[in-house]
Design a protein around this ligand. Structure first.
Ligand SMILES: Nc1ncnc2c1ncn2[C@@H]1O[C@H](COP(=O)(O)OP(=O)(O)OP(=O)(O)O)[C@@H](O)[C@H]1O
Ligand SMILES: [Mg+2]
Length: 331
């Protein structure tokens, strides 16, 4: 059997800080088979980006993968040198970030940047790389691509920059695409276009997609499976349809209730989750969500629940799920 494109097993990532060593991603496991998309959701600070940066070998200097394994088509990535990682990024993993300026170079025209990626990883001649660049810009919907080759990033709109970043990510035919909040900075219409483009590109290339977002509507639209993260842990995981319709963790249920439903009246208050995600220094004992959980009982305050399998790959890190209890999901 061919191994999944991405297989993460017990990933634990820590940072050295002035207050000592902090663990911000704890024992995270999930896999993405070929051609499938997995969304990672959770509030700000839950460890989504650190998980992505760990996979891409792009953690800041004070961060390390302290435990666990990250395999790309069965090949272990933890422990690779920077040089080995550089070859894998671009060739095997394409990356799309929220802010395209972190990826685009202001000094070179965009055509040059895409051609460079192609020439480094694909051994193409200058003319071949230019032709492929025009093809890619056409594919991502940049109008008049030939004259756009000479444009600099500041001459493009936010949506166009995002399209160029997708073109760079797709340039070498990666087997895995990682998109971290790719549309958060864009207005709603452009957001829908970019997500549509990402979906089409994924279908056409057969790549696996890891999509990080805090938007459950995007999850429902784009992904087959969802991984819900809270305070550095996976708290729920499963098929999108199941998790969003029948959540088995109170955190997921609360996230769902905080989404404005179209049939809600304008003066109805949005349900907000009281409190904030705890930092690594003030992690509560027992279940990490217990201080904010309306269902918490004695055991939740003292014992940390493991991930419980609720059937058909739907898992929840909650004592209620272990007892077989179901949650109210009426929005
Ligand atoms: N270089 C670092 N040094 C110390 N702590 C860090 C570092 N980078 C991230 N963290 C901490 O790791 C935790 C998780 O951060 P992360 O960026 O993964 O959150 P996130 O889920 O992506 O949130 P957001 O939705 O805001 O992007 C945060 O508490 C953050 O402060
Ligand atoms: Mg983030």
């Amino acid at each position: 059997m061919t191994p999944p494109v991405l297989e993460i097993d017990g990933l634990t990532t820590s940072f050295e800080t002035r207050q000592g060593r902090v663990e911000v991603v704890s024992n995270v496991s999930f896999a993405i088979p070929q051609g499938e998309s997995v969304a990672v959701v959770g509030e700000s600070g839950s460890g989504k980006s650190v998980t992505a940066l760990s996979i891409m070998g792009l953690l800041e200097g004070n961060g390390t993968v302290s435990k666990g394994s990250i395999r790309l088509r069965g090949r272990e990535l933890v422990g690779l040198s920077n040089k080995e990682y550089r070859l894998i990024r671009g060739r095997n993993i394409g990356m799309i970030f929220q802010d395209p300026t972190t990826c685009l170079d202001p000094v070179y025209p965009i055509g040059h940047q895409i051609s460079q990626a192609l020439r480094i990883h694909k051994d193409l001649s200058k003319a071949q790389a230019r032709a492929r660049t025009v093809e890619l810009l056409t594919m991502v919907g940049i109008p008049d691509p030939v004259s756009r080759l000479k444009s600099y990033q500041h001459e493009l709109s936010g949506g166009q920059r995002q399209r160029v970043m997708i073109a760079i990510a797709l340039a070498c035919g990666p087997e895995l695409l990682i998109a971290d909040e790719p549309t958060t900075a864009l207005d709603v219409t452009v957001q829908a276009q970019i997500l549509g483009l990402l979906q089409k590109a994924q279908e056409e290339t057969g790549a696996a997609l890891l999509l990080i977002t805090h938007d459950l509507a995007v999850v429902a639209e784009m992904a087959k499976r969802v991984v819900v993260m809270y305070a550095g842990q996976v708290v729920e995981e499963g098929l999108v349809d199941e998790v969003l319709n029948q959540p088995r963790h109170p955190y997921t249920a609360a996230l769902l209730r905080s989404v404005l439903s179209p049939d809600m009246s304008r003066d109805e208050p949005l349900h907000i989750i009281e409190g904030t995600v705890p930092g690594a220094h003030d992690m509560p004992g027992g279940c990490r969500f217990n201080p904010r959980c309306e269902h918490a009982f004695d055991t939740c305050l003292t014992e940390a629940p493991g991930l419980h399998d609720c059937g058909s790959g739907h898992r929840s890190r909650c004592w209620l799920a272990q007892r077989g209890e179901r949650l109210e999901v009426s929005v």
